[in-house]
Design a protein around this ligand. Structure first.
Ligand SMILES: Nc1ncnc2c1ncn2[C@@H]1O[C@H](COP(=O)(O)OP(=O)(O)O)[C@@H](O)[C@H]1O
Ligand SMILES: [Mg+2]
Length: 273
């Protein structure tokens, strides 16, 4: 396992500069080649001492954290598998990575730029952000809103400005890959949980984003569905792609061969790695 972690850089400018500067990383089991690549490569994602709370208080009136001092650098060419018990903060972390929630303290840099509420409210900035980053929600219902499965997949592709021909080609290709061709004209709202998950996955994957963030892609799938999705995710690895997956499936974690990031009940990353 290899994990990229570093201390919080307090100063903003220093932090931004640091994100663009080559640095060394803690690595336990890695090849020399990997270290060489990372020495010349800046992280695409840098989380710096991130804390987040939903505002709930404990009996003593203290805010209950959902993320506590999470620091992490993530690099292209890698697949990171985020594991940990229910409620440890995986989905909260992923919502921050996807620019849907914002840390209470700490910084999130994407390609060296801070992802802030103001930036995400800027249409051009967020459009560019979502061209580079695709996100699968844990609950697929949250992201399905079109009248048919086919439209659901085509929607994002049209947003990318692809030609009608290319939209059609990719829509068919990804429906085929996720084995949902027979559902093409069905309303996503009326599909089973597993069918919804495969539709949402097809919609995200068809956009071929450089950074893919998948929150429990196997949840709700039957054995065949999980095997298909696992095999497909394992095949997505590329030098210029960053993949981050939260999962409870040991099989998926093993087969995609990623680097494990273990989150704990204390809502942070295990220091035992
Ligand atoms: N919308 C919410 N409002 C209040 N608390 C939440 C909300 N979403 C999650 N939480 C709490 O935040 C913690 C982390 O949840 P979550 O990120 O969903 O964990 P995981 O994905 O690892 O199961 C849990 O204690 C959970 O109860
Ligand atoms: Mg979750």
């Amino acid at each position: 396992m290899l994990i990229h972690r570093r201390k919080h850089a307090g100063d903003g400018v220093e932090a931004a500069n640091e994100a663009l500067t080559p640095k060394t990383h803690r690595a336990s089991e890695t090849s020399e080649d990997k270290l060489k690549t990372e020495a010349v490569c800046a992280p695409w994602i840098s989380l710096q001492d991130i804390c987040y709370s939903y505002g709930q208080e404990d009996e003593g009136g203290q805010q209950v954290p959902s993320l506590s001092h999470v620091s992490l650098d993530m690099y292209p060419g890698h697949t990171y598998v985020v594991t940990g018990p229910n409620g440890c903060g995986k989905s909260t972390l992923f919502r921050i990575l996807a620019g849907l929630s914002f840390p209470e303290s700490g910084r999130y840099l994407f390609h060296g730029e801070a992802v802030t509420r103001d930036r995400m409210n800027d249409r051009e900035w967020s459009k560019t952000f979502y061209r580079r980053l695709g996100f699968l929600f844990q609950n697929s219902e949250t992201q399905l809103f079109c009248k048919s499965v086919r439209e659901e997949i085509a929607f994002g592709l049209l947003q990318l400005g692809l030609s009608g021909e290319e939209v059609q080609r990719r829509t068919e290709q990804y429906m085929d890959m996720l084995d949902i061709g027979a559902l093409a004209e069905r309303a996503p709202f009326h599909l089973s949980g597993g069918e919804k998950k495969r539709t949402a996955l097809a919609a995200v994957l068809a956009m071929q984003p450089q950074t893919l963030i998948l929150d429990e892609p196997e949840a709700g799938l039957d054995e065949d569905g999980e095997a298909r999705v696992t095999g497909f995710l394992a095949s997505l690895k590329r030098e210029d792609r960053l993949i981050i997956i939260a999962t409870h499936s040991r099989r998926l974690a093993q087969e995609v061969g990623g680097e494990e990031i273990r989150m704990t009940k204390a809502h942070t990353i295990s220091s035992g790695m």
